[in-house]
Design a protein around this ligand. Structure first.
Ligand code: RNT
Ligand code: ZN
Length: 421
């Protein structure tokens, strides 16, 4: 896009927003505080590097499609991540799953993983001055095949996954220590049942017991932040998910952990944006898994939709940015994965910028004076303001492709790199 046009458009936009009491330069500066943790698993459909050709298996989550160009090695994955970051304004982090270690061609089972398998990633992150987050991988494994891991009635299975989680937390803490920014460890398990269980109580008690054991090892908050992720249902766990929202809300409040809100994990009419102001009254910080639910399915590429927008607005309105860790969680194998990555991340960033460009004080005044008609008018009017001009200018200032220019870059990468894999 033509730089002069971008600059001129920005000047006009700036004047229009200034008229409403909004300082667009300040908003651009504030965008520095929106740090998004890129989910590594978008590059290879949650396959991982435990063995060659590893694929996502079970756990109630699926990646559909076989678009060419999936990352098959760590080098390819790192190339992809560098490409993605080169097309994104602002700062990012990287969120790794435990199956993405450098295992040197040997089978290292999940209860055997160590820091050394992730030192390469830590060094990689150090060079790029970015933080790392971490996730236990309690799916795609023979010991999760019967649908239960930490809540299994089989003590051997529980022991295996407890050990895995303990190791994951210690790896995450080391990442935080070496990189000088706390690592968020997200615990998600697929445990649940397709049909009606009769011992929900006993099963949930076992999950609580396993978690207590995992979290009995303490780490300084400056190295590690623990989070637990709930879900309403998954494929094959329609009748009960052991780690429901009620379960983890209770657990997080009582044990002072973070809670992960994945906006694909609730009833379709439930809004994660509405939950933030309640949860942050009782919990210090949350982790977001931004995604797009479509009907009963989750994990579609994030778009700039009402769902994401309300989440961003609630965070900005409540001044909660410093208490919210922003992660992404989508995996779609039916389109260019790098393209999907960039669209999803940019759309999340756009939502935050849009939220920052809201005349909050004006809206608040209307609200407090019972002027709900004016409040709604302004909320609608803001949709017609030249938000795109501010976004484009921000991208230009950050030296990344502006507007549709990133599409060409991705097509070039597809032809030159992805199609040759
Ligand atoms: C699954 C959870 C979980 C996973 C990732 C891969 O429903 O959302 O966060 O998607 O860990
Ligand atoms: Zn998630």
């Amino acid at each position: 896009m033509d730089k002069e046009i971008i600059k001129k458009s920005y000047q006009l936009a700036k004047a229009q927003y200034a008229d409403l009491g909004i300082d667009t330069d300040k908003v651009i500066e504030q965008m520095n505080d929106v740090v998004i943790s890129l989910h590594c698993w978008q590059t290879d459909d949650v396959g991982g590097f435990e063995k060659e050709g590893a694929e996502l298996g079970g756990g109630g989550i699926q990646a559909t499609g076989n678009y060419p160009g999936k990352a098959k090695t760590i080098t390819q994955m790192r190339d992809d991540l560098d490409k993605v970051m080169s097309l994104l304004p602002g700062r990012q982090r990287l969120s790794l799953h435990a199956i993405y270690g450098e295992f040197g061609g040997k089978l290292v089972d999940r209860d055997q993983i160590e820091v050394k398998h992730f030192q390469g990633w830590i060094d990689w992150a150090k060079k790029r001055k970015i933080g790392l987050d971490f996730n236990c991988t309690c799916f795609s494994h023979p010991l999760s095949d019967d649908g239960y891991t930490l809540s299994s009635k089989n003590p051997k299975i529980r022991k295996f996954w407890i050990e895995h989680n303990k190791r994951c937390r210690s790896i995450a803490a080391e990442m935080g220590k070496q990189l000088g920014t706390p690592s968020v460890h997200n615990l998600w398990i697929p445990d649940g049942s397709k049909d009606t269980p009769v011992d929900r109580a006993g099963i949930r008690k076992l999950l609580k017991k396993s978690l207590d054991e995992i979290f009995s090892v303490k780490y300084p908050k400056k190295y590690l932040k623990d989070s637990v992720e709930s879900k309403l249902f998954g494929i094959g766990s329609e009748a009960m998910v052991v780690g429901s929202h009620d379960f983890y809300m209770g657990y997080a409040v009582k044990n002072n952990t973070l809670i992960t809100l994945d906006n694909g994990h609730f009833h379709p009419t439930e809004q994660v944006g509405d939950k933030i102001s309640s949860i942050l009254l009782y919990i210090d910080e949350i982790l977001l898994h931004l995604t797009r639910g479509v009907r009963w399915d989750s994990d579609h590429v994030v778009t700039f939709n009402d769902d994401i927008l309300l989440i961003a607005q609630e965070i900005i309105r409540g001044k909660f940015l410093s208490r919210v860790n922003i992660g992404l969680d989508f995996f779609d194998a039916s389109l260019n994965r790098i393209g999907a990555y960039v669209i999803g991340t940019r759309s999340a960033q756009m939502a935050f910028m849009f939220a920052m460009l809201e005349p909050y004080q004006t809206l608040l005044k209307f609200e407090e004076n019972g002027r709900t008609f004016e409040r709604l008018s302004f909320l609608e009017l803001m949709k017609t303001k030249p938000f795109g001009a501010v976004w484009d200018y921000y991208c230009m200032k950050e030296n990344v492709p502006v507007g549709q220019d990133y599409i060409e870059e991705i097509v070039k990468y597809e032809t030159g790199v992805l199609n040759k894999r």
